[in-house]
Design a protein. Sequence first.
Length: 347
Amino acid sequence: MNVLQEKLMELRRKAFENVESAEDLKNLQDLRVRFLGKKGPITEILKGMGKLSKEERPVIGQLANDVRNAIGNIIDTKKAELEQKLLEKELENEKIDVTLPGRKIRTGSHHLLASVIREVEDLFIGLGFSVAEGPEVEEDYYNFEALNLPKDHPARDMQDSFYITDEILMRTHTSPMQARTLEAHKGKGPVKIICPGKVYRRDTDDATHSHQFMQIEGLCVDKHIRLSDLKGVLTVFAKHIFGEDREIRLRPSFFPFTEPSVEMDISCFRCGGHGCAVCKGTGWIEILGAGMVHPNVLRMSGFDPSVYTGFAFGMGPERIAMLKYGIEDIRHFYTDDIRFLNQFRRA
Ligand code: FA5
């Protein structure tokens, strides 16, 4: 073996030894540069091949290439080994303890009033009604006049109003949707809608009154609609919302847009009608106002009252929710206290 061969074999041995004990990737990269780099000993030998004899050249050339490849291979193998170790270490550090209890994800839910409105909507949709919505900023004409309440009618005082101009106000009830819907049907029935929405009155806020609250209006106009149809629909409604055992009673009342007008009471769902704090000892709870659509209302909105009749009702979902869930103050609905709302997440 000549000097060059010995040198190459020595390089191979040294490289293997160093690679074997390399501790990290940086260390290994340094070794690659040191042994195989452009200025490294093997490159130097290969560059000097021209100076060798014809016989030596292929032998040394072959050996130099073999040594270079062998060192390259062992570095690659070691590199893979170090990378694997690094990965294992990282995984070890990032280990997830699947037995730890999870963090609760807080989800939103419907507001109690939205739930009550949906419940009522679902029921009436099932009875063939459709849901309509109308403007909260309303014309005096639809809010009052078209509902048989001309300008100086004393019954306008029943609902203290927020006027914006002489002719525009915040609607005081959802009944204007009766006139708007009838008008849109151009004198042709049937009309069957319910209309939920916000309404506004100059009432002083207290436990049972708010200056802004919700109403759900109902209107059914067709040929041969009678008071008994109203009673039937309201009975279904009362049983659906307050329980199968509920009975209803209709008491005479007055609304300018219905004739006859009634107030509907339900038998108390707390005491079953014997008398308790909820029904103030009477056995009955007042729920809504209703009646047969006044002929003037039909006429003013383009319906012939000698052909068509109908019923209408209006209820306050706050009142329904307060009764059903024993809520004592209407202001809880509007102050968005999460502790209050969370109690009704599945209501
Ligand atoms: C009306 O508003 C009529 N438009 C209802 C109606 C419709 C009658 C169709 C006939 C035919 P009333 O003013 O009674 O009626 O109000 C209806 C409901 O709204 C009441 O039963 C009550 O639940 C609710 N309500 C009235 N004023 C307030 C208030 N200030 N705060 C909260 N709820 C109220």
